[in-house]
Design a protein around this ligand. Structure first.
Ligand SMILES: NC(=O)c1ccc[n+]([C@@H]2O[C@H](COP(=O)([O-])OP(=O)(O)OC[C@H]3O[C@@H](n4cnc5c(N)ncnc54)[C@H](O)[C@@H]3O)[C@@H](O)[C@H]2O)c1
Length: 248
């Protein structure tokens, strides 16, 4: 199995892409620490992994809280003895033009989508340095690579994640810590229902895509698995699009 003996922490693991990453990692032999603010769904994903024979824990830190990050990492170290993989996946969507967007919303989106990635990375690096390396995967978006008619703060926050990822890769490559970003396109989750407000918009957008379909959370999870595993041992600072060719 590709993640045998490794421990992974996945944020936003109660549903969508994060839950798929947690399931795929566990099936590949990793011990998985799931975190999310959604307690019920998070516990259900943990139970499903355990029932399938995997090893998983669940905790409820808010990714925007530095004390929560310290606490959850201490818990992971106590329980599993190390931390090899971090997937910064938790995120929120927002829909506003520049003029409609207020500073409070801008700050909130930047905090949940971008500051969380900084805090998680900062909290994990000392642990990974001590153990001789690790892999950090930040879930950005194709939104980091282009603008749109709406979702101003969302695009800006994902752009921040992408460039932060490169800086972390440059700074910590010498310690065996690889840091990469994954850029999903339209993936069938609760978040996509917020992006495509109605069926007509969804149909138009999807028909304009090279593969004429949206992606599944599992298809993103398999790309994340590649970056988490030793199969990508010389890949760092990379931006991997999983968008069915949408940006091609
Ligand atoms: N679905 C898509 O089409 C798509 C496309 C590009 C990028 N993404 C990115 O993928 C990631 C996962 O998105 P998804 O589609 O699975 O969305 P989702 O809404 O289904 O899942 C996001 C998860 O993050 C959790 N979360 C939100 N705020 C949190 C906080 N403060 N602390 C802890 N957990 C928090 C939510 O509770 C939820 O379980 C996000 O970063 C999103 O921006 C999604």
């Amino acid at each position: 199995m590709r993640l045998d003996g490794k421990t992974a922490l996945v944020t936003g693991a109660a549903r969508g892409i994060g839950a798929a990453v947690a399931r795929v990692f566990a099936a590949e032999g990793a011990r998985v620490a799931l975190t999310d603010v959604l307690s019920g769904p998070g516990q259900q994903v943990r139970e499903a992994i355990s029932t399938a024979g995997g090893t998983a824990s669940f905790a409820e830190p808010d990714v925007t809280s530095e004390p929560d990050w310290r606490r959850v990492i201490d818990e992971v170290l106590d329980r599993f003895g190390g931390l090899d993989i971090l997937v910064n996946n938790a995120g929120i969507y927002e829909r506003n033009t520049v003029e409609d967007l207020d500073l409070e919303t801008w700050n909130h989106v930047m905090e949940v989508n971008a500051a969380s990635v900084f805090l998680g990375t900062k909290a994990c690096i000392p642990v990974m340095r001590r153990s001789g390396g690790g892999s950090i995967i930040n879930i950005a978006s194709v939104a980091s690579m282009r603008g749109s008619q709406w979702s101003t703060a969302y695009h800006a926050s994902k752009g921040a994640v992408a460039v932060f990822t490169r800086s972390a890769a440059v700074q910590y490559g010498r310690y065996g810590i690889r840091v990469n970003s994954v850029h999903p396109g339209a993936i069938d989750t609760d978040m996509l229902d917020q992006v495509y407000l109605d069926d007509d918009l969804r149909r138009q957008r999807i028909e304009a895509m090279p593969m004429r379909r949206s992606g599944s959370p599992e298809e993103v999870a398999k790309a994340v698995l590649f970056l988490a595993s030793d199969d990508s041992s010389y890949v760092t600072g990379a931006e991997l699009r999983v968008d069915g060719g949408a940006l091609a």
